[in-house]
Design a protein around this ligand. Structure first.
Ligand code: ACO
Length: 702
C-alpha cells in the first residue's frame, strides 16, 4: 500500500488550510465535519487571524504548527493555493486534498500544473483539486463539506463528480447501501482513478469499488490496475456520446464511439458497467456484501409462482438461464412443501409456506454442491410475517455454515416487507423490492467472476511478424509526404503482421497489367492505387471478375478515366492487379486510436450488417485468441458465422487468428497507424481459411 496515498486517505493528523470562523464557509464546514464525525486524529485549523475554531487551536501558517502533520485539506481560493502548497511541503506534509475549484475545469491548466509541480517537489500527492473531500467510516473521518458520513458499509466510492458524491452520500441511507469510504477525485491533477483502485484493492475495509467516471486520464493505466484488482469493481460512466465520427476517415472510425470503447475496456479488465444510478446502487449492494458466483447453477426458492416466473425471465434475460435441480435435491426439497408445490427450479414452496418451509429448503439447498448461487423470493401473504421469513432465511444460511456462494433476496409487499428487507441488508444479505433485481444482482456476481478470470489473461504476442518490414513500408510512404497508405502498401504491412491478403501486384502500365494478370491467372480484380483516392469504389476505380486480356485493357482505360474524373490532380501510383478471391462470408476488421484507451479493434459482419445495422463489436488491442473467439459470438449476427440455415460453419479459428494478429499489429504500430480497415475479409468454410481482400491504413499525424 502506497504510504503517501495512505497518509492522505487515512491521516493521523490533518491541517485545514483556509479554515474559517464563519459557519457558512466551506473552510468552517470541513473543521466542523471532522469534529462531528468523531475523527480521533489531531486537527489543526490554519487561519490568518482566528485563535480557535470549534475548540481546535488555530495557527496563522501551517509552518507554525509544532507537530507532525500527515495531510492538509485546502480551502483557500485558487490563486493562493500554490503558496499554501509550498508551505505545506516545507512543513513536511505528506499529501493534500484540494477542495478549491478554479483550475483545469475552467481552463486554467497552468495553475493546476504549477500546484502539482510544487507538491511533487516535496514528494506530496494530491487528491483534486475541485473536490468535496474524503469521507471514511472506518476512520470516523469526514474531511469534506458533505454533511455526514455515508451509511456504514463495505463499498468504496470514487467519484469524479462532487455534487453526485454528496447526493449519493445522503442516498445511502434511503437506499440502504453502505459505504466505508467516499473519495471525491475532481480534476485528477495528480492521483487518478487507477491509483485509487490500487489503494482500495489493499484496503481491509473495502470489499467492492464503485466508480463514477466522466473521463479517464489514462485508459491503459486504468485497465492495468483494474486487471490487478482482486475486488469487484462497478463503474457508472457518464458522457458516452459518440465522438469523432464525422471526421473519421476509415469505416471503423465512423463506427467507433467512446461509449462502445469504454464498454469494451470495462469488460476486458473485469469492471461491471452500471446502466444508471439505480443500477449502480443495486449492484454495489450485492458486490459489497456477497462473494462472486463460481458456476452457472442458479436456484430460486419462492412462495409465489408469479415472482418465480418473473425471476426466471430475468435469469434468461441476463444470461443465466435456469436449469432443473438434480433429482436428489428435488426429492429432499419436496419433503418441505405441499404436494402441489414444485421442486424443479424455481422451487415453489407455495403461498401457504411459512418460515419452516423457507428454513428447511434453504438450509438444505444453499450448501448443496449443485447450487452455485441462490435467490430467495417472498410475496407478502396474510398467513406469514415478513420479519419471521427474513429471520428464517438468515438463520438457514448461517446454520448451513457455507458462505462461499452468493445469495440475494427479493420481498414484494408493503411496509412490513420494507422493514424486513432492511433487517436482511443489515445482516449482509442484499435484498431488493423486485425479483428481477435480485436475479440481476446474482448474474452480475457471476459475470464478475467470469470477467476476473479472463481479465487476467496475458495479452497476445505473435512471433510470426516482421515489424521492421512494416515500418520500412510506412517510412517510405511518409517520405513521399503521404498521410495514408495505398492498398498495395497497406496489404504489405498486413502481410508483415502475418495476415492473409490476396496476391496483389502494382502495374504502372497497361502492358504490365496484362502480363501480371496472366501470371496471377484469371479472373482478376483491378483497382486504382492512389493516396488521393481511398474510397475506390465511389470513384468507379474498381473492376472485378476480369476474365481475359481484353478485359484487362478495357479496365485499365475505364479505371484511369474515372479516377481522373474523380480527382483531376490525383497522384496515381498505378493500378493494382489482384487475384480474385472466391466469395463467401464477408466480414470487416478495423481499428481506431481511441483518445483514452489507444488502439482499438473492431469486428463485424460486412455488407448490409455493418452498413445498415452497425452490428459490430470493439476491443482494446491487443487481444488473445480466446477474446477473438468471444468477439465473433458477441455480434448479433453471430449465427451466420456458426453456420445458419443449413450452411457449414465458417472458419472461426482462422478468423480468430486474423483478429488477434490484426490487434497486435495496431497495438505494435500504435505510433504509426491512426485508423485502418480490412474490408472486406472473406471467411471460408471451416478449415478453409480467411482472406483479406482490401486494406486501408491512415497514418498518424507527425
Ligand atoms: N492561509 C490560511 N488561511 C487563509 C489564507 C492563507 N494563506 N488566505 C486566506 N485564508 C482564509 C481566509 O481568511 C478565509 O477565512 P475567514 O473566513 O475566517 O476569513 C478562508 O481562508 C477562506 O478564504 P476566502 O477568501 O474567504 O474564500 P472562500 O471561503 O470564499 O472560498 C473556496 C474558498 C471555498 C476554496 C472557493 O475558492 C472554492 O473553490 N469554492 C468551490 C469549492 C467546490 O465547490 N469544490 C468542489 C467542487 S465539486 C462540486 O461539484 C460541488
Amino acid at each position: 500500500m502506497d504510504p503517501i496515498i495512505n497518509a492522505v486517505l487515512k491521516p493521523k493528523s490533518i491541517a485545514v488550510i483556509g479554515a474559517s470562523t464563519k459557519p457558512e464557509k466551506i473552510g468552517y464546514k470541513v473543521v466542523e465535519n471532522l469534529k462531528k464525525s468523531g475523527y480521533q486524529g489531531a486537527v489543526y485549523p490554519i487561519n490568518l487571524e482566528a485563535d480557535e475554531i470549534m475548540g481546535y487551536k488555530c495557527y496563522p501558517n501551517i509552518k507554525d504548527v509544532p507537530y507532525v502533520i500527515d495531510a492538509a485539506v485546502v480551502t483557500v481560493p485558487a490563486k493562493i493555493v500554490p503558496k499554501v502548497v509550498q508551505e505545506a511541503g516545507e512543513k513536511g506534509v505528506k499529501g493534500l486534498s484540494i477542495i478549491t475549484s478554479g483550475f483545469s475545469e475552467v481552463g486554467d491548466h497552468a495553475l493546476e500544473d504549477e500546484v502539482v509541480r510544487i507538491a511533487h517537489e516535496f514528494g506530496m500527492r494530491i487528491i483534486g483539486p475541485n473536490i468535496i473531500g474524503v469521507l471514511s467510516n472506518s476512520d470516523q473521518m469526514n474531511a469534506s463539506f458533505a454533511n455526514f458520513l455515508p451509511l456504514n458499509g463495505k463499498a468504496a466510492l470514487v467519484s469524479q463528480s462532487g455534487a453526485l458524491l454528496i447526493a449519493m452520500d445522503a442516498a445511502t441511507y434511503t437506499r440502504r447501501v453502505g459505504f466505508d469510504k467516499m473519495i471525491s477525485i475532481g480534476n485528477q491533477a495528480d492521483l487518478e482513478v487507477a491509483d485509487l483502485i490500487a489503494y482500495l484493492n489493499e484496503d481491509e475495509n473495502t470489499t467492492c469499488i464503485t466508480l463514477y467516471i466522466e473521463g479517464l486520464k489514462n485508459g491503459a493505466r486504468f485497465m492495468e490496475e483494474a486487471r490487478k484488482c482482486t475486488k469487484p469493481i462497478i463503474a457508472l460512466k457518464a458522457g458516452t456520446s459518440a465522438h469523432g465520427a464525422a471526421a473519421a476517415a476509415s469505416h471503423t472510425g465512423s463506427l467507433a464511439g467512446s461509449a462502445k470503447v469504454y464498454e469494451a475496456a470495462f469488460e476486458q479488465c473485469g469492471v461491471s458497467q452500471a446502466q444508471d444510478l439505480n443500477d449502480m446502487f443495486d449492484t454495489t449492494l450485492a458486490l459489497s456484501l456477497q462473494p462472486m458466483m463460481k458456476g452457472d447453477n442458479l436456484l430460486i426458492i419462492t412462495n409465489g409462482g408469479g415472482v418465480g416466473v418473473l425471476a426466471t425471465d430475468a435469469a434468461e434475460k441476463y444470461g443465466l438461464p435456469l436449469k432443473f435441480a438434480p433429482e436428489e435435491l428435488q426429492a429432499e426439497l419436496r419433503k418441505h412443501m405441499p404436494s402441489f408445490g414444485s421442486a424443479k427450479n424455481p422451487v415453489d414452496i407455495t403461498g401457504g409456506a411459512g418460515l419452516e418451509g423457507y428454513y428447511e429448503c434453504i438450509k438444505y439447498a444453499y450448501p448443496h454442491t449443485w447450487v452455485d448461487g441462490m435467490a430467495v423470493l417472498y410475496c407478502e401473504t396474510a398467513v406469514t410475517d415478513p420479519q419471521e421469513i427474513a429471520e428464517a432465511i438468515y438463520n438457514a444460511i448461517q446454520e448451513s455454515g457455507d458462505f462461499s456462494k452468493p445469495v440475494t433476496v427479493s420481498f414484494v409487499g408493503g411496509d412490513r416487507c420494507e422493514a424486513a428487507m432492511r433487517w436482511l441488508i443489515e445482516h449482509d444479505i442484499p435484498t431488493y423490492n423486485a425479483p428481477d433485481l435480485a436475479i440481476k444482482a446474482l448474474t452480475t456476481l457471476r459475470k464478475q467472476e467470469q470477467m476476473l478470470q479472463t481479465a487476467h489473461n496475458r495479452p497476445y504476442k505473435p512471433t510470426d511478424v516482421d515489424p521492421a518490414k512494416a515500418r520500412e513500408i510506412i517510412a517510405a510512404a511518409r517520405a513521399k509526404g503521404r498521410d495514408a497508405l495505398t492498398e498495395v502498401d497497406a496489404k504489405n504491412v498486413f502481410r508483415a503482421y502475418g495476415l492473409p491478403v490476396t496476391a496483389t501486384e502494382l502495374a504502372t502500365s497497361e502492358e504490365e497489367a496484362v502480363r501480371m494478370a496472366a501470371e496471377l491467372g484469371f479472373p482478376v480484380v483491378m483497382k486504382i492505387v492512389s493516396p488521393d483516392i481511398l474510397h475506390k469504389s465511389d470513384a468507379g476505380a474498381v473492376k472485378v471478375n476480369i476474365k481475359d486480356e481484353q478485359g484487362v485493357r478495357d479496365a485499365w482505360k475505364v479505371i484511369m478515366e474515372n479516377s481522373l474524373k474523380y480527382k483531376a490532380d490525383a497522384e496515381i501510383d498505378g493500378i493494382a492487379v489482384q487475384e480474385m478471391a472466391p466469395w463467401a462470408t464477408e466480414v470487416i476488421v478495423g481499428s481506431v486510436n481511441d483518445a483514452t484507451f489507444g488502439p482499438t479493434l473492431m469486428f463485424g459482419l460486412g455488407g448490409i450488417f455493418v452498413e445498415v445495422m452497425k452490428d459490430v463489436t470493439f476491443k482494446v488491442a491487443p487481444i488473445d485468441i480466446a477474446t477473438a473467439m468471444d468477439m465473433q459470438s458477441e455480434i448479433k449476427s453471430a449465427k451466420i458465422l456458426q453456420g445458419a440455415r443449413g450452411e457449414l460453419p465458417r472458419d472461426q479459428k482462422a478468423l480468430a487468428n486474423v483478429l488477434a494478429h490484426y490487434s497486435y499489429m495496431v497495438y505494435d504500430l500504435n505510433d504509426e497507424i491512426a485508423e485502418s480497415d480490412a474490408n472486406p475479409v472473406i471467411v471460408y468454410e471451416d478449415g478453409k481459411g480467411v482472406m483479406v481482400v482490401d486494406a486501408r491504413i491512415i497514418l498518424t499525424k507527425k
